[in-house]
Ligand binder design. Structure first.
Ligand SMILES: Nc1nc2c(ncn2[C@@H]2O[C@H](COP(=O)(O)OP(=O)(O)OP(=O)(O)O)[C@@H](O)[C@H]2O)c(=O)[nH]1
Length: 551
């Protein structure tokens, strides 16, 4: 008992202390709402009202909560929209930069095509004799009727055909072609030296000669025959002559010049379009040889001609052309032979062929995906390069092109010792090793390839293209504008609604306490009768009733 009374006292003492300290700090306890006195009239009504008000308050709170949630959702949506817009801007930026890149590429392409034309024209105009270089694997496909016509129509110009890369076709096929071509223009069988000695090469050769036999690549065939032919013509002319070397890309123009010179003054490579401008090479006092950039293939050519004879853009934008090119090549070859040559199983289409080949050669992208694009580019280079052996057959019936009459043929042959040429050709043919017919892929030529010789033609084509691309761009712009306008309209409507909701949510709500509300309600009931009746006032208000009663 004692213990308990002691602890009670201590607690009371503690509470007193706390109250004292609070008083000192001036902190008063908040007054409690006394509520409605139980004797008050209309109590139940007031309580009901209070209940209703509570309910309304709850509803309002709920509504405000919902509004806030809506607002948050809208904010989130807006943020998402902004982010999407940013991403779109970025991608559009990239796209536009890609577009501009493509445009510049196109421009470069156009400019280079123009300069190729210009340089080729210079070479043709400056030449007394023009050598049209043909790839022995598809001689007809390497002939350009526009070029031949331009030379035939010019006075005192001679045109010779040089059948290059004869080491890549079967002997019997080569002979057939020589017999066919000699009926139109004097033709020289040729095999260029593909690995010519310069200082760096000599070092390599001495180091590696023990292992690799380079004689096949360093030796050239037909150069003596060609040089003799040109020198004889030079004698008949009684002046120094200039010999232009022309042809489609990769036919071996520069390699022929290097072989004639016995050195490497001209750049050679497996890529197309290595030579970009006219290059003069002095053979002797009487003869200069002019290297030229390739003939620009006309876009109106069929897919095969474009694949084999044009400088295809191997960038991203030109990928479709590369695949189309491979497709065209495969369609013009014997499938069985292609399968044998590449040692791959049967394939249904070009894509499958490229996939199989990429897998076989280990050309894989990240995750082991076959790199079909790279293998396609490589193949395209291979088919005009220095390795693959394929052959096409000359047409059964020889039909002369319209610009080539019998008289013109005789005129072109004049001044050349054709008998000697034939003899020299046969010695060249017999001196070389050839692939056998079975191992060489049979290829179906697409015929002569149209080329663009005149710069004017290119300009007209580019103007036409510009007009088309301009129209396309305008259409794109219009579409974009329509899209953004409709987007803006939607956005404005939503924003207005949001603002209205915000205004509604911002209205402050003050709720008086229950006691205050009771007072307010009861005030007129007390005041009106007291103002009218002195007795009532005295009983209700006592001494405070005098100002009311006096008035
Ligand atoms: N097997 C073989 N390959 C050759 C022969 N002549 C040229 N080549 C190869 O063919 C490819 C193209 O040779 P280029 O001399 O650069 O051909 P181009 O016509 O000057 O090429 P562009 O300058 O691009 O027009 C090179 O890889 C040469 O090594 C040849 O007689 N036999």
């Amino acid at each position: 008992m004692r213990k308990c009374s002691c602890s009670c006292l201590q607690i009371r003492e503690h509470h007193r202390k706390l109250r004292k300290e609070a008083k000192k700090r001036g902190h008063k306890k908040p007054k409690k709402d006394p509520g409605i006195p139980s004797a008050a009239p209309f109590k139940e009504e007031l309580l009901r009202e209070a209940e209703q008000r509570k309910q309304r308050l709850e509803e309002l709170k709920q509504k405000q909560k919902l509004d806030r949630q809506k607002e948050l959702e809208k904010k989130r949506k807006l943020d998402a929209k902004k982010n999407a817009a940013k991403i779109k801007e970025k991608t559009e930026g990239k796209e536009s930069s890609r577009k501009s890149e493509a445009k510049t590429n196109k421009l470069l392409d156009k400019n280079s095509k123009k300069s190729f034309c210009r340089e080729l024209k210079k070479v043709i105009e400056a030449s007394d004799v023009v050598l049209e270089v043909l790839d022995a694997r598809d001689p007809l496909g390497c002939r350009c009727p526009q070029l031949e016509q331009a030379i035939c129509s010019g006075e005192d110009k001679k045109l010779l055909l040089v059948l290059n890369k004869i080491d890549l076709v079967p002997k019997e096929n080569l002979e057939k072609w020589l017999n066919y071509l000699k009926n139109e223009f004097p033709t020289v069988a040729f095999k260029s030296a593909t690995l010519l000695k310069d200082r760096t090469m000599q070092e390599k050769v001495t180091k590696r000669s023990a292992r690799i036999d380079l004689s096949r690549n360093t030796e050239c065939f037909g150069s003596e025959c060609l040089l003799k032919l040109l020198q004889e013509h030079c004698k008949t002319q009684n002046k120094a002559i200039q010999v232009g070397v022309v042809g489609f890309p990769n036919v071996g123009k520069s390699s022929i010049i290097n072989s004639l010179k016995g050195a490497r003054p001209c750049n050679v490579g497996p890529a197309r379009g290595v030579t970009k401008s006219m290059q003069i090479v002095h053979i002797d006092k009487q003869m200069k040889i002019l290297d030229s950039p390739s003939i620009v293939a006309d876009p109106s050519n069929n897919a095969l001609a474009l694949a084999m004879r044009s400088i295809i853009d191997t960038g991203e934008s030109g990928l479709a052309n590369v695949l189309e090119g491979i497709d065209a090549i495969l369609n013009h070859c014997s499938k069985q032979q292609v399968m044998m040559f590449y040692s791959i199983p049967d394939f249904r289409n070009t894509k499958e062929f490229l996939t199989l080949l990429a897998q076989k050669r280990g050309m894989l992208k990240k995750g082991g995906v076959p790199d079909t694009e790279s293998i396609a580019k490589l193949l395209l280079c291979d088919w005009t390069g220095a390795k693959i052996s394929y052959h096409s057959q000359p047409p059964e019936y020889q039909r002369l092109p319209p610009y080539l009459t019998e008289d013109k043929i005789a005129e072109m042959q004049k001044g050349f010792n054709l008998k000697k040429l034939e003899e020299e050709n046969t010695t060249t043919v017999t001196a070389l090793k050839y692939p056998n017919l079975a191992s060489s892929i049979t290829f179906q030529s697409a015929g002569m390839t149209n080329g663009t010789i005149e710069e004017k033609v290119l300009e007209e084509a580019s103007e036409h293209e510009n007009l088309e691309t301009g129209e396309e761009e305008e259409e794109e712009k219009e579409e974009e504008e329509n899209f953004t306008e409709s987007d803006d309209d939607q956005g404005n409507g939503e924003e207005e609604e949001e603002e209205k909701n915000k205004e509604k949510a911002d209205i402050p709500i003050h709720y008086p306490s229950a006691w205050r509300r009771w007072q307010m309600k009861m005030m007129p009931m007390i005041l009106i009768p007291t103002m009218c009746n002195e007795e009532w006032a005295k009983t209700w208000l006592g001494d405070y009733s005098w100002p009311l009663t006096q008035s």
